[in-house]
Design a protein. Sequence first.
Length: 296
Amino acid sequence: MTARGRVVAIDGVVREPDAAVVSVFDRGFLYGDAVFEVFRTYGGRPFALDEHLARLRRSAERVFIALPVDESTLRREVQVALDAANNEDSYVRIVVTRGSGPLSLDLDTATHPLRVLFVEPVVPPPRQAYVDGVALVSVRARRATDETAAAGAKVSNYLPNLLALREAKSRGAHEALVIDAHGRVVEGASSNVFIVAKGRVATPPESAGILPGITRAHVLAAAAALGIPAEERELPLEEVYGAGEVFITSSIRELLPVVRIDDRPIGAAVPGPIARALHRRFRDSVGLAGRPMPYE
C-alpha cells in the first residue's frame, strides 16, 4: 500500500483526515467530555498497547463513560488504522467521547459513546534536546480532575495543561512543571517527572493526582533491572531544584533530561549518567538494543 501518513478512524471506519467529521453536538467538542490515550509504535508495532487500553478503560470508568467496544475490538481497529497509514513508525491517539445529545450538562442525555482513532507519523523531539537537555518552568495549576473522583484519569478537558504549556513556551522552556497548592511537584503538563538524588531515583506517587504514565512505569522497571534504588514519594519544589539530575518521561519523548528549572541549573546543567542509563535500558526493552540513542 502507498504510504498515506495520516488517517482517522471513526467508530472503526477509516477515513481520510479531511473527510473525518463528528457532530457539533458531541460532548467531547462541547465540554471536553471525553477520555483519551496516546502511544507510539516501534518497528511498526504498538508499544504497551494492552497497558494503554487498560488505562483508557480506567479513565472511562472514573468519568462514567461506557466504552462502546471491547479491548480486542480496539486492538483490531488500531492495527487496521496503522496498516492504512503505512508509516515506518506512528503516533496513535484514541479518543472516546460520551457521545452526542442536547445542550445539557446532564450526563444521562448523551448516548452512544463515540470513538476516534488518529494515526500519523511519530515526531520525537529533536536530537539536540537529548544532547543538551531541556528547560522547565514551574507553574501553579489546578487540572480539571484535581481533587475529584476522576483524579488520575486522562481526560480531554486539557485547558489548564494547555495554559501551563503556553506559559512555559512564553518563558523559553520546553515543558511546564505543575506545582500543587502545597508547593509540591506533581508532574509535567504533558509528562511525568523524576529526580535523581544521591544515586536514588524518585517520582511523585499516584496519590499526588498524577497521570500514571506507561513510560513512567517502564522506567521504574528499568531502574529495578539496573539495581538503581527508586521510590514514589512527594517532591517539594525546593528538593527538585537541588537534585543532581531531573528528567521527564512520556510516550513520544521516552526519557528527556532536564538541565534547568526556573533559570536554576540542575546539577552540572548537563544530562546525567543515571538518566542516560535508564533511557538506554528502556530502549533495549522496546526492541532497540544496539540502535543509536536519540542523542547519538
